[in-house]
Design a protein around this ligand. Structure first.
Ligand SMILES: [Zn+2]
Ligand SMILES: [Zn+2]
Length: 259
């Protein structure tokens, strides 16, 4: 196991730092499928996701561990969020598929990357850009006693939602409903794929949270770090209202080609 992980990390670093090497680039390819465009860094496809310059449709594959399917309410909120921010005249398609547990919780990101490699079936094709979302039956290895990771965006078109952690969080007294937390986390992590804040998308104003890289310092904004870690989520989701992007984050997306 240890050996496998080390090898895997080596492979990833080699890939990131020498993608101009044709031998390395070919490692991302299987006959008929070119995966290289989907193996880039977080924020690298922000404009491609937002605008219709290169890609006119968005194809999202959600792979969830049996029992952790996102609710219909979550999915409809998520789709509305994406439609409000992107130019995709040929539509946004969301497909769902159940898989069995990997039994690897708690997860580090290398384990999630390995699961993606095994379960992802949708990659960029023609004028369609593809995104992979994995919903786990377990928690992040980074969880601490008072800080839980609800989701994580880790590559240009890849993110993970910690389904079990969201479920436990929703079971606390006075917590928001599970689908409101879930929708907030789906939208927040996708905000990172959109390059927020200052991850591939240039901020148009000074709203970067100096203490939490990639997050917004405007109170109540969807991209506040507390959404990802759950700490402030009870205050922020009152009366079934899922947090929205504030004007600063929206301006950043518009400057990068979004709505
Ligand atoms: Zn975040
Ligand atoms: Zn913001």
């Amino acid at each position: 196991m240890f050996r496998y992980k080390s090898l895997f990390i080596l492979f990833i670093s080699a890939f990131i730092f020498s993608c101009s090497d044709p031998d390395e680039a070919n490692k991302g390819k299987e006959p008929g499928i070119d995966k290289t465009a989907n193996l880039k860094g977080l924020g690298d496809s922000a404009s491609q996701l937002l605008s219709d310059n290169e890609f006119t449709s968005l194809n999202i594959e959600i792979v969830y561990v049996t029992g952790y399917a996102p609710s219909q309410k979550t999915l409809s909120n998520f789709k509305k969020f994406l439609e409000a921010r992107t130019y995709k005249p040929d539509g946004i398609n969301i497909s769902l598929r159940a898989v069995s547990s990997s039994n690897k919780s708690p997860f580090d990101i290398e384990e999630i990357v390995a699961i993606e490699k095994d379960t992802r079936t949708v990659y960029n094709a023609g004028d369609e850009i593809a995104v992979y979302i994995y919903v786990t039956d377990g928690k992040s290895e980074k969880d601490k006693e008072n800080q839980f990771t609800l989701g994580s965006a880790y590559r240009n078109t890849s993110m993970v939602i910690f389904g079990e952690t969201i479920e436990k969080f929703a079971a606390r007294p006075n917590a928001p409903t599970k689908s409101d937390i879930e929708a907030a986390v789906f939208n927040h992590e996708f905000g990172h794929l959109f390059g927020l804040v200052d991850i591939g998308t240039e901020p148009q104003s000074n709203h970067l949270d100096e203490d939490n890289a990639g997050h917004c310092n405007i109170s109540g904004c969807l991209m506040e770090a507390s959404i990802e870690f759950g700490s402030g989520i009870i205050d922020e989701i009152e009366g079934g209202r899922v947090p929205k992007l504030d004007a600063h984050c929206i301006k950043d997306l518009q400057a990068a080609g979004g709505k």
